[in-house]
Design a protein around this ligand. Structure first.
Ligand code: ADP
Length: 505
């Protein structure tokens, strides 16, 4: 079904999709970058600063009673650009290491330091972090306890206070790190991100154009080439990718198959019109003769008309059967039945040919076998094989039908003594509408559908089928079905279609 115009409009091309995917990816990547740089940067920066204070304190306070305690403190503070001060319990300085000119602890009045010491001792068990902001207008210090680094205000001093004992004396360590305003840095990074983003969008567009060209280009070319596929033509598109060359191969095969089907269709129309015309001409001719010459109204001529009508109906039935089977509308109606009896009855139905047509049709079975299958379909397959054998058998007009059981499979073989089939054509004869030789004696009658019907029926029953043939000696067509039940030796022995009634159990 053709897509409607509105459906067509809603479809997006591969190029647009690739562009869209690239831009979406870029948008996500830039958003992540933006979030990491602008939002996380501030938090991380403060975290690092606070960690520096606590790790420096931990390091210097690990050995407080050593002689080198103060020089250790000075080194560690200088290394991290931290200002350090040691005070007694009243906030008066005992030792000081100044590494930042504007640090708060060196400018805090000792009363504030004393307040900090008291609150650290009373409320925070001897260790606490504070933020100190100098109000430039009032010159007051705004001191606050800090629960986590995130709440540290910008342009403040983070002050870490810890009580410790040095040679039996209680002292307090003050470490000060300045929290620089990172707003300018993040603003600079934001502008940089805009420039980088614009550059990336530009680059992404170029890459997307290239990628979409590489992917969509051959597909559009193939689409153009595939438009002539309905005529059985396809010119492969040259490109270096595996998937496209596989698609090329598939389309080449499709074009080849279409050609074959088209050839078969033309042959079939020719065959069918020929096959239909022959009996119709005969029926019309005989009927006209009988109308014009009353003496010709005899049983023999009427039989010819009836025979030709039979030929017509079997041709039409064959065509209906194959189309029913191949469209999947005909599923087997399974039942348990005695295959041996069914084959025997089927062979018996050829009695008129053995009695009046000079044929010798023999059936032999090694056991009575039951199968679970669609009986009428199996009879149809067998009749097709017997009909072919009778058509192509040699001048002795003999056809042998044999049933044999091997393991859990029963095989039915139909052997004739005809010209046989060339080895190269043995596979093709199972194809629809295939005829070995259009000059062949049955070419005027056969449709090339009989064996294809056999193949479909046996495949439907999970059976096997095949043919052996020797040029000049004849052919044996066979099929196998899974055995459902075995009831010992078949008592009827070899049966001639002529003596069927006597032998059938
Ligand atoms: P058709 O209706 O033409 O017989 P089939 O599908 O039954 O169609 O057979 C396909 C072709 O296989 C026949 O045209 C014939 O050439 C060949 N064929 C079938 N059965 C035999 C046979 N027993 N001996 C020789 N050739 C056969």
């Amino acid at each position: 079904m053709k897509p409607s115009n509105t459906e067509k409009k809603r479809q997006i091309g591969i190029r647009a999709k690739i562009f869209g995917c690239f831009l979406l990816f870029l948008f996500l990547a830039l958003s992540i970058l933006w979030f990491a740089q602008i939002i996380l940067f501030k938090t991380l920066y403060k975290d690092i600063k606070v960690n520096e204070l606590s790790s420096t304190a931990k390091y210097v306070l690990s050995e407080t009673d050593t002689v080198g305690f103060y020089s250790n403190l000075a080194d560690a503070a200088a290394k991290n650009l931290i200002c350090a001060q040691v005070t007694d319990e009243y906030g008066d300085s005992v030792y000081s290491a100044e590494n930042n000119t504007y640090c708060a602890i060196h400018h805090l009045p000792s009363s504030i330091r004393y307040d900090l010491i008291r609150s650290t001792d009373d409320k925070y068990s001897g260790t606490a972090l504070y933020s100190v902001v100098l109000n430039p207008v009032t010159s007051d210090y705004d001191v606050r306890y800090v629960t986590n680094s995130y709440t540290l205000p910008e342009s403040s001093d983070a002050i870490y206070v810890e009580r410790f004992s040095h040679n039996g004396e209680i002292l307090y360590l003050f470490l000060d790190s300045q929290i620089e305003p990172v707003g300018t840095v993040t603003k600079a990074m934001a502008s940089l991100l805009i420039v980088i983003g614009a550059l990336l969008v530009f680059l992404a567009l170029i890459v997307a154009k290239y990628v979409s060209g590489v992917i969509a280009g051959p597909i559009s070319e193939m689409n153009k080439a595939a438009k002539s596929l309905s005529k059985g033509k396809y010119t492969p598109v040259d490109c270096g990718t595996k998937e496209i060359s596989e698609l090329n191969d598939t389309l080449i095969k499709a074009a080849h198959d279409l050609n074959t089907v088209e050839r078969m269709r033309t042959e079939l129309i020719a065959n069918i019109s020929h096959d239909l015309r022959t009996p119709l001409t005969l029926i019309k001719g005989y009927a006209e003769v009988m109308m014009d010459i009353p003496d010709e109204m005899n049983a023999e001529n009427l039989k010819t008309i009836a025979d030709e009508a039979d030929r017509l109906s079997s041709l039409v039935n064959d065509m209906l059967d194959i189309s029913k089977i191949e469209s999947g509308n005909s599923s087997p109606k399974l039942s348990l039945f005695c295959l041996t009896d069914t084959v025997r009855r089927c062979v018996g139905s050829y009695e008129k040919f053995t009695k009046h047509g000079g044929y010798r049709i023999l059936f032999s079975a090694d056991a009575r076998v039951y199968v679970t299958a669609d009986e009428s379909m199996i009879v149809q397959a067998l009749c097709n094989l017997i009909n072919n054998a009778m058509t192509y058998t040699g001048s002795d007009k003999s056809v042998d039908i044999k049933q044999s059981v091997t393991g859990n499979m029963v095989r039915i073989e139909v052997t004739d003594t005809g010209e046989g089939i060339e080895p190269g054509k043995l596979k093709l004869i199972w194809d629809r509408y295939y005829k070995v030789d259009s000059e062949h004696k049955r070419a005027a009658v056969g449709t090339g559908l009989g064996l294809s019907i056999v193949r479909s029926i046996i495949t439907m029953h999970n059976g096997n089928y095949g043919v052996r043939s020797t040029l000049g000696q004849g052919s044996t067509f066979w099929f196998e079905l899974p055995v459902s039940e075995l009831t010992g030796k078949d008592d009827a022995g070899t049966q001639d279609a002529n003596t069927q009634d006597a032998n059938t159990q």
